[in-house]
Ligand binder design. Sequence first.
Ligand SMILES: Cc1cc2nc3c(=O)[nH]c(=O)nc-3n(C[C@H](O)[C@H](O)[C@H](O)COP(=O)(O)O)c2cc1C
Length: 159
Amino acid sequence: MTVDALHLRRVLSRFPTGVTIVATRHQPDGVCGLTVNAFASVSLEPPLVLVCVDRTSNTHGCIEASGIFTVNVLATGQEHVATAFAQKRDDKFDGLGYELAESGGPVIEGVVAWLGCGVREVIEGCDPTIFLGDVLGCDELEGRPLVFFRSGFTTTVNE
Ligand SMILES: Cc1cc2nc3c(=O)[nH]c(=O)nc-3n(C[C@H](O)[C@H](O)[C@H](O)COP(=O)(O)O)c2cc1C
């Protein structure tokens, strides 16, 4: 039995997620990132999270090369950031406030939480690649999280 991909997409869209920007360093001294909702907490001890990044993503190779990434959990009002980082552009960070975490990846201004990670394992048995990361630093900030539900950004989950 095969599952129709479009149908599966609609079914999965009923599962509300947060919206993150997974960001990393781009050699020699740049930064890059993409919008990701395939983010999950794996365990508290050891502190592990995972992100799924498509191999066609420009950010994929940068994560592999740098061995680090930061997960930025977007706030309401940052829909434009989510939209910009979901495009293949090299000016995504232009005009955006950010600092580099001690672990090396960019922490974007205004997010409700961030986690700086070191790549522990790259799981390539499927497409997208699963990057399993050790959480090296993290923080929570003020604000309400942006939600992705039924293929759109929202702040609440209604039918
Ligand atoms: C709400 C939303 C969630 C997304 N989640 C993911 C994801 O989990 N993994 C992924 O590889 N791409 C995801 N994408 C698509 C990427 O953000 C998009 O392909 C982006 O252009 C990749 O940028 P890059 O090639 O510059 O790295 C998502 C897009 C949107 C709008």
